[in-house]
Design a binder for this molecule. Structure first.
Ligand code: SAM
Length: 239
């Protein structure tokens, strides 16, 4: 039932991913339509229709491996089944399905696209997972009730937010403020990005967060240069 789109799978070259790519010089990248709500509303309206037509859940950003490596880390850490977990920008909600299948009980997904929330709700219902909370919310302007999480997970959402053509510096600051409001002190934040390097992410999220672990992601070799097209970091909230 699950399909991984080649467009964003880790086997495709980073230049082909539709979230864009980081620059070699470490400079910021060009703003893009992928940073707009309109883009995601249209994308998930199409995916919702496809799901209704043929049951295809649509795109899993960064591929299934990106979910497995996070779940493996959680299991290695003995993350309690009752830990409060927030999936920021849940998209089709398939990561919530995987987390539930691995026994996690206290799951919340959030997305600002109404069609995404509808798609995720339908997919969860089809899987018999009616106790997962999926909310339509803009993470940059969250409700005051969005707090108390032990673990926040972001797979591609900070990337999308930092492509916003308008005011993306402010958007990044708002993201940080929302994350700190949602996540408990000493809580964990796991981010997967194809736009930012490890060094850039550490710079953006310090000093409030410290690196606990970099999760291994596939390497590519091109023109004698070796690198990772995707970065996955586990950070701990310090302040
Ligand atoms: C690249 S997709 C990733 C979807 C999902 N996390 C996955 O891994 O398949 C980015 C997601 O972030 C959502 N998003 C972007 N900006 C957002 C915001 N300000 N608040 C909530 N969701 C947002 C989009 O609607 C989209 O579902």
């Amino acid at each position: 039932m699950f399909k991984v789109s080649a467009m964003a799978s880790e086997t495709s070259h980073v230049q082909e991913t539709s979230l864009g790519s980081r620059t070699d010089s470490g400079e910021d990248f060009a703003p893009s339509i992928l940073g707009t709500k309109e883009y995601w509303d249209n994308a998930y309206s199409r995916e919702l229709q496809t799901y209704r037509d043929i049951g295809d859940v649509g795109e899993i950003w960064f591929g299934e491996e990106s979910m497995n490596r996070i779940i493996q880390w959680m299991e290695k850490q003995n993350t309690p089944e009752t830990a409060a977990i927030l999936d920021i920008g849940t998209g089709n909600g398939v990561f919530l399905v995987e987390l539930a299948k691995h026994g996690f009980l206290n799951l919340t997904g959030l997305d600002y696209s109404n069609a995404s929330v509808e798609l995720a709700t339908n997919i969860l219902a089809e899987e018999g997972l009616t106790n997962i909370n999926v909310q339509e919310q803009d993470f940059l302007n969250p409700s005051p009730e969005l707090k108390g999480f032990d673990l926040c997970i972001d797979k591609g959402t900070f990337d999308a937010i930092s492509l916003n053509p308008e005011g993306r510096e402010i958007a990044k600051l708002q993201y940080m403020s929302s994350l700190k409001a949602a996540l408990k002190l000493q809580g964990h934040f796991i981010i997967t990005s194809c736009n930012w390097t490890k060094e850039q992410l550490l710079q953006i999220f310090s000093p409030d967060f410290e690196l606990l672990q970099e999760l291994p992601t596939p390497c590519f070799q091109f023109g004698g240069v070796t690198g990772n097209s995707v970065t996955a970091l586990v950070l701990k909230r310090l302040s």
